[in-house]
Structures are given as structure tokens and as C-alpha cells.
Design a protein around this ligand. Structure first.
Ligand SMILES: Nc1ncnc2c1ncn2[C@@H]1O[C@H](COP(=O)(O)OP(=O)(O)OP(=O)(O)O)[C@@H](O)[C@H]1O
Length: 350
């Protein structure tokens, strides 16, 4: 649906050229929810402006639905832009217009009659849950409701792609969840392709199917969200994931680990970090360790979450038992796809 080939964007800064995008290649398939994540300054805004055709890239091609956009003349570009709806961080609703009139605006610009506009706006307000608030002004609704207006307005021209540019960054976690849920619903009901640009891993975790990580103007990693989360390759990806699944153990847990280690004979007790991701994570692995290998397990710390309906997270445990059984138990976990790391260094740091 969207294909970016070798996109570069160079700005003329006050102290020389700034290379904001350095050869971006990306493919977003029709009907998918694709996330692009990066830290401040990574090039996200520059990329948004290229995808929604507000900026022509310095080099490279943008194809939407197979059509090359970068070479279109201005007038054709304005029409093509209607195929890409966009939702902004600060909602960009017009305060002088009612909720209804905000959603109607792009249709007025496109020249539809009042009757046609009504036929489109009413179901959209229904979809985003704002029918009862149609006559209110933006000052009379909440931030989450404003973003719902933004989403309905973005859908008014029946775009093929919805671009979400930090759409939930100004919202609290609960409202973020409800807006992301709405985007997911729209994706599933209408098969609309959604591209989410964000700096929040939480957003990627909640709705994206695939993700690309942008860093210093380059895509440094991309793939299925569960794969990228479970085996991050790049330092930036790892630090972004750290925000949702912290790897560092609290001092109190480390102290407990040290006590348990001190109380076990050499080789018969081991602190372990178990990282679960995707398939196999829901097997009764811990009870197997107890039953089959006769191990005693103390759970020290843990955070198991869900990514695309699959368990994801880490568990820190202290396992005690005969040395050979301990090693056999660890091998069993690894065979089941659990990433097992000994907590040796962590314990030493207490
Ligand atoms: N118009 C411009 N002129 C010169 N440099 C620019 C311009 N716009 C962006 N840049 C630079 O390009 C780089 C990428 O900026 P961009 O705004 O795309 O990043 P971002 O990931 O969106 O950051 P943020 O999340 O902070 O908005 C930065 O180094 C920025 O300073």
C-alpha cells in the first residue's frame, strides 16, 4: 500500500545541511497496522511529512497504492493527499466549529452537498462515539473526545491510509488505550491501512502488527512486533523496550537473591532471568520444573505482559535443587523457547 524507496531528506540548517532522513526503505502492506518508533530528533516528523506528501523528499520515491507520488504536479498531489487521512498530536480541531462541522470540513472543501455531507458525517460520529456531542464546541469536550473528532475528520474523505502522528502523546494512559482501541476497530472493520508514528513503545505494543525503529534518519530494525520485542537487535530498540519491560531488578530483589544464594550449597541454587515471548510461553513450564526436575522455585520479580495476544515479559526466579537437575531444568526451559540468563552479575552487584 505504501512503499518508500531510498528516501533522503536534507534541510539547509543555519550551520550547514542537516540530513534528517538517510535512505529509508519501508513497505506497509494494505490493511496492516504499522508502527514507526523513534526518539526525539530521529526523523519521525520528517518522515510523516514525506508520507503525507507535505514535503517532497530530497531523493527517493513514495508509492501509495502503486502510484509514484513524488513526481505528481501540485494539483494532482492535492487530490492524492485525500487518500491519506492524518491524525495529529494536538488534535488540530477548529475551536469556532462544532464537533459536526469539524468532521464536515474536509467534505465542504471537497465540494460535497449538505445532504451528502450529512450522510457521511453522521455514521462517522456514530463510529467514534460522539453522536450525542455533535453540537458541542471543542472547548466543551475532553482531549480524548477531541481526538475522536480528529479521527472522524481524518476518515471523512474515505482515505486508503490513516496516518497517526503521535496521536496519543498528549493523552493519559487510559484515554490512550481507548483511542488505540478505536484505531484497531477501524482497521478491522474497514480494512484501513494504519501507520502510527510514535515515541511510545506502549503504543506499538498495544496495536501495531509490525514495527520499524528509526534512529538518526535510518531504519535500524523492523519486523513483527513480537519478534522485535523478544529479540531486539539494536541498542535503541533495547532501550525503548526497557521502558515497558524494565530489565533492571530493584535493590530489594537483589538483596533477596543474594540471601538465597548464600543459603544454598555451591551449584545447587541459581538465580535465573526467564524471558518469555510468544509461542510456548503459556506452557506449564514452572510446574514442570518442580515436578520433573524436583526443583524448588522462589519467584523474585516479574512482569508478564501481552503483545498481540501473546505472552511477553520476564520473570526472575531463584531455583534450588541437585546440580544436575538444575542444569537439566534450564536446558528444558531453553528447549521450550524460553531465553534463560543466570543472574550472577546482578547478585554480585548488591
Ligand atoms: N526545517 C528544518 N531545518 C533544519 N533542520 C531540521 C528541520 N526540520 C528538522 N530538522 C532536523 O532534522 C532532524 C530530524 O528532525 P525531526 O523533526 O524529523 O525528528 P523527530 O523524530 O520528529 O523529533 P521530535 O520527536 O522531537 O519531533 C533533527 O536533527 C532536526 O533538528
Amino acid at each position: 500500500m505504501i512503499e518508500l524507496r531510498g528516501i533522503t531528506q536534507t534541510y539547509q540548517g543555519s550551520s550547514g545541511p542537516v540530513q534528517a532522513l538517510r535512505g529509508i526503505d519501508l513497505e506497509v502492506a494494505a490493511g496492516e497496522v504499522f508502527g514507526i518508533i523513534g526518539r526525539s530528533g530521529a526523523g519521525k516528523s520528517s518522515l510523516v511529512r514525506v508520507i503525507n506528501l507535505l514535503n517532497r523528499p530530497t531523493a527517493g520515491q513514495v508509492l501509495v497504492d502503486g502510484r509514484e507520488m513524488t513526481t505528481l504536479p501540485e494539483a494532482a498531489l492535492r487530490v492524492a493527499r485525500r487518500e491519506i487521512g492524518i491524525v495529529f498530536q494536538h488534535f488540530n480541531v477548529l475551536s469556532s466549529r462544532t464537533v459536526y462541522d469539524n468532521v464536515a470540513l474536509p467534505l465542504e472543501i471537497a465540494g460535497l452537498s449538505d445532504g451528502e455531507i450529512k450522510k457521511r458525517v453522521e455514521p462517522l460520529l456514530d463510529l467514534v462515539g460522539l453522536s450525542a456531542l455533535a453540537r458541542r464546541h471543542p472547548s466543551q469536550i475532553s482531549g480524548g473526545q477531541k481526538q475522536r473528532v480528529g479521527i472522524a475528520r481524518a476518515l471523512a474523505n474515505r482515505p486508503k491510509v490513516l496516518l497517526s502522528d503521535e496521536a496519543t502523546s498528549a493523552l493519559d494512559p487510559e484515554t490512550t488505550r481507548s483511542i488505540l482501541g478505536l484505531l484497531r476497530q477501524i482497521n478491522q472493520e474497514f480494512g484501513l491501512t494504519i501507520v502510527l508514528i510514535t515515541h511510545q513503545m506502549q503504543v506499538i505494543k498495544q496495536v501495531a502488527e509490525r514495527v520499524a525503529v528509526i534512529d538518526a534518519g535510518r531504519i535500524v530494525e523492523q519486523g513483527r512486533v513480537i519478534d522485535v520485542f523478544s529479540k531486539p537487535q539494536h541498542a535503541t530498540t533495547r532501550s525503548l523496550i526497557e521502558e515497558i519491560v524494565p530489565q533492571e531488578l530493584p535493590d530489594s530483589v537483589l538483596a533477596r537473591l543474594r540471601t538465597l544464594m548464600g543459603a544454598s550449597p555451591a551449584g545447587e541454587g541459581q538465580g535465573l532471568r526467564l524471558a518469555f515471548a510468544g509461542d510456548g510461553a503459556d506452557q506449564p513450564l514452572l510446574s514442570e520444573l518442580v515436578r520433573r526436575f524436583g526443583l524448588d522455585l522462589s519467584i523474585l520479580h516479574g512482569q508478564i505482559d501481552e503483545v498481540q495476544g501473546q505472552p511477553f515479559g520476564t520473570l526472575a526466579v531463584f531455583a534450588r535443587g541437585a546440580a544436575d537437575q538444575l542444569q537439566a531444568g534450564i536446558a528444558h526451559l531453553r528447549q521450550a523457547g524460553v531465553n534463560v540468563q543466570p543472574l550472577v552479575q546482578e547478585a554480585a552487584h548488591v
